[in-house]
Structures are given as C-alpha cells and as structure tokens.
Design a binder for this molecule. Structure first.
Ligand code: IPE
Ligand code: IPE
Ligand code: MG
Length: 259
C-alpha cells in the first residue's frame, strides 16, 4: 500500500469500520460494472448523458482510491458490445465523453504512474475516441503503478470467439509444421483473450443493484467474488469502495478446495 489509510479515507461514515480493513488483503485486481448513470439522471429529471458525465467523478475517485490502496489492476466496464443498441445521441455523446475525458485525465494519471490500457474492439470507434485511448496507452505504457483497464466496445462472448480463433490458427500452424493435432489448453486460450497477461479479477463490483454480468469477463471471473451495491454509479465514492472491500474481505475464497 502506498498511502496511510487515514489519508485515503479521511472521514469514514459512522457505519464503516476503517480499522477492520486488512491492508495485506487488498485485491490485486478489481473489476467494476459501472451501472446506474441513466437512473441517476432520471431521478433528477436530467438527460441520460448528464448521468454519464456525473459518473466521471466516481471513476476519478475510484481510480485514485484503488491506486492509493495498492490495487494492481482496475478494470472498468465503460461500453459493452450491446450498448450500440442505445439511442444514437447517447452513443455519440458517450464516445465524445470518452475522448474528452481521456485527453483531460491522461496527464494526471501519468503523474500517478497509472498505466492505461483498453480491452475490446476499438477498431469501430470514432477516430477521436480511438486516438485518445491510443495516446493514453502510448504515454503511460511504461508506468509501473496501477494498470487501469478500460473495457470499451467490450463483449465477453465476442472475446471468447476471438480466443477460439486464436487456438484454431495455432492448431493449423502446428499441424502444418509437425503434422500433430493439438488440443487447446487454458494457457493457449488465454493468450487469445484481450486480458492476456492480466490476472483474473479477485473482486467484481456492480453498482445499481443489478444481479447480472451483462457479457462482462465471463471467462475471467470464474472465481471472482461478486459484490453488488444498490448505489448508482455517479454516487459511488471511496467509502462505497471501502464497504465493498470489507465485504470482500469477509468472504471465504475456497477455489473448490476444502479449508
Ligand atoms: C451505465 O449506466 C453506463 C453505461 C452502460 C455506458 P446506464 O446508462 O446503464 O444506467 P442505467 O442502467 O440506465 O441506470
Ligand atoms: C453494462 O451495463 C455495461 C456497462 C456498464 C458498460 P448495461 O446497463 O448496459 O447492462 P444491462 O443492459 O442492464 O444488462
Ligand atoms: Mg444500465
């Protein structure tokens, strides 16, 4: 951990016991399904995009807090392969928001030694959005702090098909060279995933109370602890993250074995 707990959490609400947090059991990888921006806006009679904009502050705070706690990987679900079904103005507005936010935040993230990468198919994004993510990666790729993984135009089924294709290509190459028929292993399959080289999430958080995965990291979360909070994403803050961490630390991870 990089910073003292009372610096990271200066004013814990009375219902959370900061002393109960075990700093030696901070998850290495936290993945977040950031949900509820639209409902947050609706409650205030605002346009859905205002909810997405309000969610940026929650993203900023979550990144800072996770990085300060020594989390090594933070994956944030920003746009799914199914989110193209939304009204055009929302999709365009989101793509614009991603580009502008990435450009505005990259220097600050770089100063915090955060490495920014993406998972998903960026090839079909508007050029400005794709370029903003590419520039963030180029600028921060050698950083040794937390890796921020932005899932954008990400869909787990599409990723799994891609990994199958990787296995098939590998099998054809080996067959051509040696005449041998290989069967896929988990290692070979994982080399075809966007998340290749990234450890599986220890903790998966979903906001807004929805108990579903919405096509997120289906392979990778086989043994992740799932914490759902009713808080809508724009209301998520460091203390809500702390609550999720305390719930996570109360779980008994067995990985199929007996303890
Ligand atoms: C999550 O918030 C953000 C994205 C999917 C981009 P939503 O926009 O899904 O918010 P709700 O679920 O409609 O409240
Ligand atoms: C999941 O949220 C995708 C992101 C958070 C980017 P959705 O709001 O799109 O999921 P569903 O439609 O409620 O399953
Ligand atoms: Mg939603």
């Amino acid at each position: 951990m990089n910073k003292p707990l009372d610096y990271i959490f200066p004013a814990p609400p009375s219902d959370v016991d900061l002393g109960a947090l075990d700093v030696d059991r901070i998850p290495e990888h936290i993945a977040v399904i950031m949900d509820g921006n639209g409902r947050w806006a609706k409650k205030r009679a605002l346009n859905r995009l205002r909810g997405h904009k309000a969610g940026i502050e929650a993203v900023r705070e979550t990144i800072r807090c996770a990085s300060d706690l020594g989390v090594r990987y933070l994956t944030i679900y920003s746009f799914s392969t199914e989110n193209w079904k939304r009204p055009e103005d929302e999709v365009v507005g989101l793509m614009d928001l991603f580009a502008k936010t990435m450009l505005a935040e990259v220097d600050g993230l770089h100063e915090e030694h955060v490495r920014v990468m993406t998972i998903g198919d960026l090839s079909v994004l508007p050029a400005e959005t794709r370029e903003a993510f590419d520039e963030a990666w180029e600028k921060t790729r050698d950083n040794d702090g937390m890796t921020l993984v932005v899932a954008v135009n990400y869909g787990s089924r599409q990723e799994i098909l891609r990994a199958c294709e990787h296995c098939m290509r590998e099998a054809v190459l080996v067959a051509e060279e040696t005449g041998e028929v290989i069967v896929p292993t988990e290692e070979l399959f994982e080399r075809g995933l966007y998340t290749c080289g990234i450890p599986d999430p220890d903790l998966l958080i979903r906001t807004s109370g929805e108990m579903r995965l919405s096509n997120f990291l289906l392979w990778q979360i086989a043994y992740s602890e799932f914490v759902v909070t009713d808080v809508l994403w724009p209301d998520f803050d460091r203390y809500e993250l702390l609550r999720c961490l305390l719930e996570y630390q109360g779980r008994d991870r067995r990985f199929g074995a007996v303890k």
